[in-house]
Design a protein around this ligand. Structure first.
Ligand code: NAP
Length: 526
């Protein structure tokens, strides 16, 4: 299907994706998808173990099979695939990346119902991909990996249950935003209503007749307020720091459009590569890297106008106006937050929270906000990655020591003295308002060169050298300090020392650097 247009898109240029497309005929949700990949002839194949069955783990599994390496297992701590999209089911859950861009390059999906994909559709998409590409037999559910040890030139991987696996290569596809950040608000345990983190939404609680408090106004809190405003007895949004909001439209795809996507998949490729979207990614990353750029001035003008035009009451407008620069925190895209917060039975609370009591939240002005439900949209510990897993590499190296200051990895994918241990969406990778699927695919393309060298017998152990990591990280850190993320706000992008733990250059540069490894930066041990 899309193989016909393979090479047109920057997403589908890599040979291994083309191979997948040739074998599978491309992915669609309907029966038009063709045959899943099957295991090839048994030979001395690289044994690869994947940790995590979310977006990156599924991508890894498909690519490992397509290269005819041995996929030992995709080990998943939960009882379902999906990662973020399995865990988050809160009302209004939507990805703010366009649907056809938040899609594997080799598995276009004509069934997206909206320009921005709803969370449940994304989960269903990944389940369909797993089924289609024959990954099910490789999935080991409810197995939390507690230790990976490099022993006699192979990885010994152990789960909490005691189950063990051996592999030549470990791919850590464990995600970024999965360790819930619970707020340190006194009295939370005394609340007598329902209280849960947004990534553990309790769907048994009927909301319509309830007084609901949402703490936190990142992307999650804003989406929940937009979904619940006017739909519940009362809605209180507890804001500690205002957020800049970028307006966005989210039209539905009509049945006619979806039918056209089914019969002519090249249309999906066109939507995916919509020049307006591609250009917006370019402009956005330019703005992040260079806060004094015209691109940043443009973003600032748009979000400021959105606030001025979107909120009628000047007092409310002042409460919603941040004092830091746009995009310093992850920019929020919302079609309707300002409308939602101005709706009947909805209020913005900017007074600081003093404590939680049995009946609700008491703010520092002495007022008790009586509540039946408290939703904690307080985010995640983004610096944990695969930890608390114990990872022991070569020469006594441990992840605990390697990451004692903060998580660091050479180009996000490799850590010195952890041979054949590679990460997708690892530390210091690109973050922002673009597709992490695209990021993972580009990182996979890079890692695949390393796997090819192992399979070809060019080395038995590959990891970045310490000097290469140090040199890369010094350059990265220096550049990161002057990005907009480091311009004076708090956010999950910052490391323990307040430095943005992110890719600090343009997305184009990331795409170029991921095309092939600089071999001199790696230690290859035969
Ligand atoms: P977040 O952006 O980290 O926001 C956490 C919020 O909780 C902030 O408003 C923070 O306030 C507040 N908070 C934390 N502790 C608090 C306390 N003790 N008292 C009062 N307020 C407190 O978390 P998130 O909204 O879950 O989003 C995390 C990331 O997930 C996003 O940036 C995005 O990458 C991803 N996400 C993406 C989408 C999407 O559409 N693609 C949707 C949802 C989430 P301060 O600002 O004052 O610290």
């Amino acid at each position: 299907m899309l193989a016909a247009s393979g090479g047109v898109s920057g997403f589908s240029r890599n040979l291994h994706y083309t191979e997948i497309q040739l074998k599978s005929g491309g992915f669609v949700m309907s029966e038009q998808g063709g045959e899943p990949i099957t295991k090839g002839a048994d030979r001395a194949r690289l044994r690869c173990l994947v940790i995590g069955a979310g977006m990156s783990g599924i991508l890894s599994g498909i690519n490992i099979l397509s290269k005819n390496y041995k996929l030992v297992s995709i080990v998943e701590k939960a009882d379902k695939i999906g990662g973020t999209w399995r865990e988050n089911t809160y009302p209004g859950l939507t990805c703010d990346v366009p649907s056809h861009a938040y899609t594997y390059s080799f598995a276009a999906n004509p069934e997206w119902t909206r320009a921005l994909p709803p969370g449940a559709e994304i989960q269903a998409y990944f389940e369909g991909v797993v089924e289609h590409y024959g990954l099910k037999p490789y999935l080991a559910f409810s197995e939390e990996i507690v230790a990976c040890q490099w022993r006699q030139r192979e990885w010994l991987v152990r789960a909490k249950s005691g189950r063990e696996w051996r592999a030549d290569v470990v791919i850590a596809a464990t995600g970024v935003l999965h360790h819930r950040r619970m707020p340190d608000i006194p009295g939370l345990e005394h609340f007598e209503g329902h209280c849960f983190h947004t990534s553990r939404w309790d769907h048994t609680v009927e909301l319509a007749d309830k007084r609901i408090g949402v703490i936190g106004n990142g992307s999650t809190g804003v989406q929940i307020i937009s979904a619940l405003a006017g739909e519940v007895a009362r809605l209180s949004h507890f804001q500690r720091t205002p957020q800049w909001i970028m307006p966005v439209e989210n039209p539905a795809f009509t049945e006619e459009q979806r039918a056209a996507f089914r019969t002519n998949p090249a249309l999906m490729e066109m939507v995916r590569n919509d020049p307006t979207y591609v250009e917006s990614v370019r402009r956005f990353t330019e703005a992040v890297a260079n806060p004094d750029s015209p691109e940043m001035a443009e973003i600032e003008a748009v979000v400021a106008a959105n606030l001025e035009e979107g909120v009628a009451d000047p007092v409310l407008r002042d409460k919603l106006r941040p004092t830091y620069r746009a995009a310093c925190k992850r920019l929020i895209f919302s079609p309707d937050y300002y409308q939602a917060i101005q709706r009947e039975r909805t209020e913005l609370v900017t007074e600081s929270i003093e404590r939680v009591e049995a009946g609700g939240i008491r703010t520092k002005d002495g007022k008790l906000h009586e509540l039946d439900v408290i939703a904690l949209a307080t985010g995640f510990h983004a610096d944990k990655f695969m930890r608390p897993m114990q990872v022991e590499g070569r020469n006594g190296a441990t992840l605990e020591r390697a990451w004692a200051r903060s998580p660091r990895a050479y180009y996000s994918v490799s850590i010195p003295d952890f041979p054949n241990f590679f990460m997708l969406n690892g530390p210091n990778g690109p973050v922002g308002n673009f597709s992490l699927i695209d990021v993972a695919e580009k990182q996979w393309a890079y890692i695949s060169h390393l796997l090819e060298a192992l399979q070809a017998g060019r080395a038995k152990e590959i990891s970045a050298s310490q000097s290469a990591l140090d040199e890369f990280d010094a350059r990265r850190t220096e550049a990161a300090r002057s990005t907009v993320f480091g311009s004076g706000c708090s956010s999950w992008y910052l490391d323990a020392e307040g430095v943005p733990a992110t890719w600090p250059w343009s997305f184009q540069r990331f795409a170029e650097e991921m095309q092939s490894p600089r071999w001199e930066d790696f230690e290859l041990l035969a």
